[in-house]
Structures are given as C-alpha cells and as structure tokens.
Design a protein around this ligand. Sequence first.
Ligand SMILES: [Cu+2]
Length: 110
Amino acid sequence: MTKWIAKMAQTLVLAGLLIGLALAPALAKERKARFAIANMTCASCPVIVKRAMESVDGVMAVSVSYEEKEAVVTYDDTRTSPEAIAEASTKHGYPARVVEDNPSQIDKNQ
Ligand SMILES: [Cu+2]
C-alpha cells in the first residue's frame, strides 16, 4: 500500500517537473526596445554597437541600423533592462537612449 502511494507521488512529481519545463519558456518575458544611437559615423560602427548589446546577459537579438541610427533589441526582461542594454553601448562610445520599450508595432515591422 505505501509502495503504491510512493509510486503515485513519484509520478506526480515527475509530471509536475515536465509541466514546469514545458511552461518555463512561455513564462520568460520577451520584450523589445528601440534605442537611438549616437556617434555612429561609418558602416562598421553598428557592428560594435551590436556586439556590445549582445554581450549583455538576457539579450536575445540585436538589429542595428546605421541609416536610422537606431537599434532594436529583443531581451528577456527577467534578466536585463533597457537601461543596462543602453549602458553597454554607451560604454563602447555609442551613447544609447531608449526611444520605445515593448511597442507592439515593432513586432509587425520586423
Ligand atoms: Cu565606424
């Protein structure tokens, strides 16, 4: 009898773990922010900005436009913030300013 209960409990724990694992990615909050980037003077500047922003833990994707002088960054807001991402670019000589945080239209434009 107790063996049966132990087995049942073990199964429930395992099921709970599996459900938790399946839900974890859905719970991570993916957001996008748009930044205005200063000091980009040639075509290789966006590469430096991109690398600087990508080095921030929690940043998932960075798209830098030299023409628009801006960056669109996809990040996990449980691990980083737009301020931390802007600081990474600023430290590398390209002061960044948050223009929009999580605007729905960014998803449609990309
Ligand atoms: Cu340059």
